[in-house]
Design a protein around this ligand. Structure first.
Ligand code: ATP
Length: 139
């Protein structure tokens, strides 16, 4: 059987979240989603807050919430350096919902003492976590 896999490593300042041979990766690039297959040309990309998807060696699709960073692709080795990253299955959904509500309230207040850019970022991180955890349905 042809080997369609390549190595991916997802690293944060806290941990190596993933180091595995995978078949397919989609990352939230600043200009939209970017897919990576084996033998992708070497590149460096800036990543946005969002959801990274990949197929594990058994072909199962997994999701990871990312809060921005960089991806480097060199000779079938992909390295993602992220500010924060969590596997969808490990996300604390209540915490993400609380963060989303807090950010929404801050944005609604339109108070000049509130840093709306910061609230917007917190909101996007919370949304990405809820998406990665498949928990946005009843929101
Ligand atoms: P909160 O207000 O809930 O802390 P935040 O977006 O400000 O959310 P970050 O600063 O992005 O949190 O992350 C701080 C740490 O907490 C990181 O290690 C991140 O992986 C982890 N983290 C944040 N939210 C969650 C969550 N809902 N489930 C699991 N881990 C989380």
């Amino acid at each position: 059987m042809a080997d369609n896999t390549f190595m991916v490593e997802i690293v944060t300042p806290e941990q190596i979240l993933l180091k595995d041979e995978i078949q397919f990766l989609v990352v939230p690039e600043l200009n939209g989603e970017l897919g990576v297959l084996k033998n992708h040309a070497p590149m460096i990309a800036a990543l946005d807050i969002g959801v990274l998807r990949y197929t594990d060696p058994e072909g199962k699709v997994k999701k990871i919430a990312l809060s921005g960073g960089f991806m480097e692709v060199i000779y079938n080795e992909v390295r993602v350096l992220a500010e924060t990253a969590e596997q969808g299955s490990e996300i604390d959904i209540l915490r993400a919902k609380a963060a989303k509500e807090r950010a929404e309230k801050r944005l609604q207040l339109q108070d000049e003492n509130i840093n709306s850019g910061r609230a917007e970022m917190a909101m996007r991180r919370a949304m990405a976590r809820l998406k990665a955890a498949d928990a946005l349905v009843n929101d």
